[in-house]
Design a protein around this ligand. Sequence first.
Ligand code: HEM
Length: 106
Amino acid sequence: DPELVAKGAKVFKKCKACHKVGEGAKNSTGPILNGIFGATAGMVEGFKYSKPMLAAGEDGLVWDEEALAAFLTKPRKFMKGTKMSFAGLRKERDIEAVVSYLRSFD
Ligand code: HEM
């Protein structure tokens, strides 16, 4: 749904201070998010994750629709000790949109 992706691009402005996506993206405060949908947590090469994020990946956390929704709603509630300092997205529709946007960068 191209409209949802376009909405997601707007929502992603809230993430841009820390995350890059697309061709030539590099890790910064947060890891690059290319191909994050369906990926195991904590696997972007060259990014220094928190211990809980690494542990979650080792325990098999995969960023599917459900996990992303839970994490993006309240990052620090979903994952105690994460170093992603972001309050979270309140609206379900915003989460759906930003996930669609991220899925467009495989
Ligand atoms: C981690 C998405 C906002 C900093 C992550 C991960 C995702 C994500 C999916 C897990 C990556 C992985 O497992 O490889 C988003 C989205 C955002 C957002 C969609 C906006 C809605 C932010 C902001 C910051 C930030 C604003 C900085 C203030 C980080 C950091 C990590 C991370 C540091 C690594 C966390 C850890 O190791 O515990 N983000 N993020 N993110 N993000 Fe964000």
